[in-house]
Design a protein around this ligand. Structure first.
Ligand SMILES: [Cu+2]
Length: 318
């Protein structure tokens, strides 16, 4: 068993202030080994990547002046994040997770995001989408302070959010990002809905990522595959928040998906098995697996997949 994504030299290891097991490996090895070994040291995870797949934070709905306002509470704080083997990373998180909570609201609602900075560094929350300048989240929120972002959601879609304090690549790379799902007024058909956010970790501040992950933890879904049911409609909310890289692709093995561009329009869409996402781009992908078994999912930039951005769908017979 090897940690195929940990392929950097001893000097880089020391710079990162962590101990590592080095090793080599091939993409194909992952399927045969079932799950890659975590190395000699296993640290408990501060959050469960299985839960991140299907957990949606719907906030608290209040009526105010005759309209619905959905209130979310988001807190920035530092945690020590085990990234496999002996790698411990000082992550900056939102509500203790990387990515932050998947916020979920409905087209036409107003959202109020109460953001508390419980970290020792200034941060902010900048949402993609249409809103007034004062709500754009580019002003640093000092440590210990709280601010409120409030705006209407005129259109359904997927909207990334992230810290916008400079250097932004560092603040995002440390874990301060997440996804807001805005459902259309006419709901999409029922489906097994999943969230995958791609991200990278620059462990030694050299301006390059050494590790990558779906939903924050490298290889989490190799160790524990994503269980879906044969023939069930799967709706995947996919976001790329990988700083310091060219656009990433996303590839599904032994299947095709329908691409719903930025999640805005139900119906239609292109059929493919690879989609390309620049930084902060997102898609809704819909698919069904007709055959049971285990299927890989990863960016088709294989070195990135081999360094942690790799998962398995376990299709359970119905
Ligand atoms: Cu920040």
């Amino acid at each position: 068993m090897v940690l195929s994504h940990l392929r950097w030299n001893r000097r880089q290891v020391l710079l990162a202030g962590v101990g590592l097991l080095a090793g080599g490996g091939l993409l194909g090895l992952a399927l045969n080994s079932g799950a890659r070994a975590m190395g000699s040291v296993q640290h408990p995870l501060p959050f469960d990547p299985q839960e991140s797949l299907r957990s949606f934070e719907r906030g608290r709905v209040i009526e105010e002046n005759g309209r619905r306002v959905r209130v979310f509470e988001v807190e920035a704080r530092s945690i020590t994040l085990p990234l496999g083997g002996e790698v411990l990373f000082k992550a900056w998180t939102l509500n203790g997770r990387v990515p932050g909570p998947t916020l979920r609201a409905r087209e036409g609602e107003r959202i109020r995001v109460v953001f508390r900075n419980g970290d020792s560094t200034s941060h902010s929350l900048h949402f993609h989408g249409v809103h007034p300048a004062a709500m754009d989240g580019i002003e640093p929120v000092l440590k210990g302070r709280t601010t409120t972002y409030e705006f209407d959601l005129p259109r359904a879609g997927l909207y990334p959010y992230h810290c916008h304090v400079a250097p932004v690549a560092r603040h995002v790379g440390k874990g301060l990002f997440g996804l807001l799902v805005v459902d259309p007024k006419v709901p999409r058909p029922p489906a097994d809905e999943l969230v995958l956010v791609m991200g990278g970790y620059d462990l030694n501040n050299d301006g390059r990522n050494e590790l990558y992950a779906f939903n924050g933890i490298p290889d989490a879904y190799m160790h524990q595959p994503i269980r879906i049911r044969q023939n069930d409609l799967v709706r995947l909310y996919l976001l790329n928040m990988t700083e310091l890289e060219a656009p990433l692709t996303f590839h599904l093995h032994a299947n095709e998906f329908r691409i719903v561009d930025t999640g805005s329009e139900p119906g239609g869409g292109t059929i493919s098995d690879v989609v390309t996402l620049g930084m902060a781009e997102r898609r809704i992908l819909e698919f069904r697996y007709p055959f049971p078994g285990r299927y890989m999912v990863h960016p088709h930039q294989d070195p990135i997949a081999e360094r942690g951005c790799m998962g398995l769908f376990e299709v359970v017979p119905t």
